[in-house]
Write a protein of this length. Sequence first.
Length: 177
Amino acid sequence: MTEYQYRGKDTLTFQRLPGYKKIVAWQAASDLADQIDTLVKRFGPGYYRLTDQMRPAAIAIAGNIAEGYCSGSLGNYIRYSNVARGSAGELGSYIQDCERWELIKGDELQTLVKQYSLTTYFLDRLLQALKEKEGTWDRSYGVKESAAEYRTDSVNTLDNSGYGDYTDEQITGVVDN
């Protein structure tokens, strides 16, 4: 696979962003959000609600990757990256609706689907690397909930110690500037 070419690298703000700007999943998600913004601007009357759903879903993918990266713990990074994956799933559903309703077609659709596929691929690889780092990688994306006792009389605190430090180079999908 060739190196991902982030289209926002020449912006003034990119130069000031923290380390997550090197994460290919974040770059691809940022490019996807830019593509979605351009597309939905021309949807017109009758599709305002769809536009108002697609734009935030697209923005949330990169935003949650960044928030997780900056959160300071591996557990939070994984959690926010999973939220980003959920937003990607939501956006994918809307993209499919747009294709069926012929709001997006032809080369424009091909380009969008390619960018969406790249984004979800890189995000899945990021999640895999983070979960392997944590040692709890589960290859299924099914929703699971183990039996749990729900109490209101005590507060459960999570101890995130023991995760250790991790660097950008240890996470797949990281490229240099």
